[in-house]
Design a protein around this ligand. Structure first.
Ligand code: BGC
Length: 253
C-alpha cells in the first residue's frame, strides 16, 4: 500500500464497486482507483466478496481505516429498512456488521451521497462554505447529503421525494437520462423541477451536483433555472471514495 495514504475508501454503486487509498492531506486518491463490476445479483454475500477482493488487491493493512460508501440509508447497529438499487436481500441486514464480517475486519459504512457530500465540503466545491449545503448525486439513483456548518445530517434520501407523481429519482437521475435517451436540454428541465422543489422546501445556501455525470456539468448545470447557487462537484466520481475514507478516519473508536 502506497505510503501517502492514511485511509482506504470503497464506493459501492449499482454498476461498479470502486476503491482506492486516500491521501487526506490533499483530499484525493493516492493511487489510481480500481473498479470491479457489481455482481449481477448483488446480495450481501456477493458484494462482501468483491469488497474483500478490493482490500486484498491493494494489500490494505489491518491498521488502516476502511470506509465504505453504500447506496442506502445507513444506521450502524440497525437493520436496513430501505433499498432502491441493490438486491432486496439487503433489507433487514445491518450493513456495517455484514460487510465487516465478510472481510474479517472492522469497516465503517456510510451512505454514498453523504460520503460524497462530506468530501465536497471538506475538500471540494463546498470547501469553506458555511450555512446549509445540499449535495446531490445523479447516477443510477439520486442521492442527497445535507450539511449544515460542516456537520452532516445523515440519510436524507431526497431523491425519493415525489415529483410528477413518481419517485424523483425515476424522473431525474442520470440513469433516466440515458435509458430514455433524453438530451441534456430536456434533462435540465427535469432537473429544474427537482432542484426547484428542493429549494422550496429546504432553502439551502448552496447545491452541489455530483455523480459521474458531473464531468459533463457544462451541458446541463447552466440550464437549471433556480434561485439558489448550484455548482458541480469538484471531486467528481472520486467523491464517494474520498468521503468514505474521510468518514472512516474521523469515526475511529
Ligand atoms: C438511495 C440512496 C443513495 C442514492 C445514490 C438512492 O436510490 O436510496 O441511499 O444515496 O440512491 O446511490
Amino acid at each position: 500500500m502506497i505510503e501517502t495514504a492514511q485511509a482506504f475508501g470503497i464506493d459501492i454503486g449499482g454498476s461498479g464497486i470502486k476503491g482506492a487509498p486516500v491521501d487526506m492531506n490533499i483530499g484525493d486518491i493516492a493511487e489510481p482507483r480500481q473498479k470491479i463490476l457489481t455482481p449481477e445479483v448483488s446480495t450481501p454475500d456477493a458484494v462482501g466478496k468483491v469488497v474483500k477482493e478490493m482490500l486484498d488487491r491493494f494489500e490494505v493493512p489491518d491498521s488502516m481505516p476502511v470506509g465504505i460508501a453504500f447506496p442506502a440509508p445507513i444506521r450502524p447497529g440497525k437493520a436496513l429498512n430501505f433499498m432502491a438499487n441493490l438486491d432486496k436481500s439487503w433489507l433487514g441486514v445491518d450493513v456495517q456488521k455484514a460487510l465487516s464480517d465478510s472481510v474479517g475486519r472492522h469497516v465503517d459504512v456510510v451512505n454514498d451521497a453523504d460520503a460524497a457530500g462530506l468530501a465536497e465540503v471538506q475538500f471540494g466545491a463546498a470547501k469553506g462554505e458555511n450555512g446549509f449545503v445540499i449535495a446531490t448525486t445523479l447516477g443510477t439513483g439520486s442521492g442527497s447529503a445535507m450539511i449544515y456548518n460542516g456537520v452532516l445530517i445523515p440519510n436524507s434520501e431526497l431523491g425519493h421525494l415525489t415529483l410528477k407523481g413518481d419517485d424523483a429519482e425515476h424522473y431525474a437521475a442520470a440513469s433516466v437520462r440515458e435509458n430514455q435517451n433524453l438530451g441534456y436540454k430536456k434533462w435540465a428541465k427535469r432537473l429544474t423541477r427537482y432542484y426547484h422543489m428542493l429549494e422550496t422546501y429546504f432553502n439551502p445556501d448552496l447545491f452541489v451536483v455530483g455523480g459521474g455525470v458531473s464531468r459533463m456539468s457544462d451541458r446541463f448545470i447552466p440550464q437549471i433555472e433556480i434561485e439558489t447557487p448550484i455548482v458541480p462537484a469538484k471531486l467528481r466520481n472520486q467523491a464517494g471514495i474520498v468521503g468514505a475514507a474521510y468518514h472512516a478516519m474521523i469515526h475511529q473508536d
